[in-house]
Design a protein around this ligand. Structure first.
Ligand code: AMP
Ligand code: MG
Length: 402
């Protein structure tokens, strides 16, 4: 049996290198960029009008001209026009190219327009050269690296990618993931359980979590029969990079998973952690190319192990930097007698000072997954301490957005 931190280390040292793949830009959100995004033109690519109004040559105003003759409209999306000469202006629209010969824009609010006479009179006394024109190349230059490889793609990266014409983009390829439930007592969602049966739920929560990360996992169910388990697991191992199992790793007479994985050549890296819930968690690797997370079947155990161990591992494989670890303070005293690390279910709130405050939501053990409905996270309490005081801070593993 190993400590929680050792288990974390072993798992984080078992990262797989996922290849890259090209995807349409609109499917790239949340994936890791595997190419730099480079400016294919200056940002902005031309002197861009920033306000609706009139464009003038500022020297004309400085020479005392207040009333300008309008000789046209420069609309956004139209080729650049030329200023006719001294004393002339052009109406200009936001997003248009600043007409050649002009060096500033005066917004409509500061101008009196007389369309009968085709004249615009400036109502302000002070003007500023360059005002309301966003100069070509002011933000970025053609050839600049706008986004470095390895960045997690958010909406600003999508916008910048679109600006430089990347309709497709290289990102880290998702692994193929299998989620396997085991147990003779488990039936499908659609079935009506007999008195000795329950519907399986773990695989569905894990599959939903995978979906959040844009991964479509394949779901399987296997019965507690050694030969069958071996035959089916072999096929699953052959066709997936990441295998998550739930159930069959404890000390029961029908818990065949560790033995079968051993026979199938999956190297055990650990089995059992000094933690509650989730002690029987089994983790292994096959030929450095595949990993197996075999979680204990109790729904809260599966859920905890998945969030504590699997998500950070997957993020590391994908190249996603984990945000700095969260901590929360206890809202009330809490005590528990155990030498094991205890993952306490908590409801979290952010208080007026911006601190995350955790209120214990004690359920009826690792089988009580309905208790997760009123919780948001697990608070990681060290073994042996026994008494935990209100206001003490501990690591937090959230499973809902805080
Ligand atoms: P095991 O780890 O196989 O001994 O299972 C422990 C408990 O978790 C048993 O009560 C199982 O019925 C339950 N269990 C196992 N797998 C699932 C699942 N996929 N969904 C819901 N409960 C499960
Ligand atoms: Mg079982």
């Amino acid at each position: 049996m190993i400590e929680v931190n050792e288990a974390v280390k072993i798992i984080q040292n078992s990262v797989l290198n996922f290849p890259k793949t090209k995807v349409p830009l609109d499917q790239a959100l949340g994936k890791v960029l595997r190419q730099p995004i480079i400016a294919d033109a200056d940002f902005p690519p031309f002197n861009r009008v920033m306000m609706d109004g009139i464009a003038i040559k500022s020297k004309d105003f400085e020479k005392g001209i207040k009333c300008f003759k309008i000789h046209g409209i420069q609309a956004a999306g139209s080729p650049q026009m030329n200023l006719a000469g001294h004393g002339y202006c052009l109406e200009v629209m936001t997003g248009a190219v600043a007409p050649s010969g002009t060096d500033m824009v005066i917004r409509y609010e500061d101008v009196k327009m007389d369309y009968k006479k085709q004249e615009a009179t400036i109502l302000i006394n002070k003007i500023e050269h360059g005002k309301n024109i966003h100069p070509k190349g002011a933000d970025k230059r053609k050839g600049d690296v706008l986004v470095k490889e390895g960045v997690l793609i958010g909406t600003p990266e999508i916008a910048v990618g679109a600006s430089v014409g990347l309709s497709e983009i290289w990102v880290t390829k998702n692994p193929s993931v299998a989620i396997v439930s085991t147990g003779n007592e488990l039936v499908d969602i659609g079935a009506t359980p007999l008195p000795h049966q329950i519907r399986r739920s773990n695989v569905h929560s894990l599959a939903a979590e995978m979906q959040k990360m844009g991964i479509q996992a394949n779901l399987f169910h296997l019965y507690d029969q050694k030969e069958l388990l071996q035959k089916e697991l072999k096929k699953i191992l052959d066709s997936h990079d990441v295998i998550m199992l739930s159930g069959g790793v404890s000390k029961g007479k029908f818990d065949f998973v560790p033995k079968v994985l051993d026979v199938l050549g999956v190297e055990k890296l650990f089995h059992t952690i000094k933690q509650k819930p989730g002690k029987p968690f089994w983790f292994g690797r096959k030929e450095g190319r595949k990993v197996v997370f075999a979680f204990p079947g109790n729904p809260v155990s599966t859920f905890l192990c998945f969030h504590k161990y699997m998500i950070p591992w997957l993020n590391k494989c994908l190249g996603i930097q984990d945000a700095s670890p969260l901590r929360a303070v206890l809202a009330t005293d809490f005590s528990i007698k155990t030498d094991f690390t205890y993952f306490l279910q908590v409801e979290v709130k952010v208080d007026a000072y911006g601190r995350i405050v955790a209120t214990p939501k004690i359920g009826r053990g690792s089988g009580d997954h309905a208790n997760l409905l009123s919780s948001d996270a697990f608070l990681e309490l060290p073994g042996g301490q026994g008494v935990f005081k209100k206001g003490e801070a501990f690591p937090l593993i959230p499973f809902r957005q805080i």
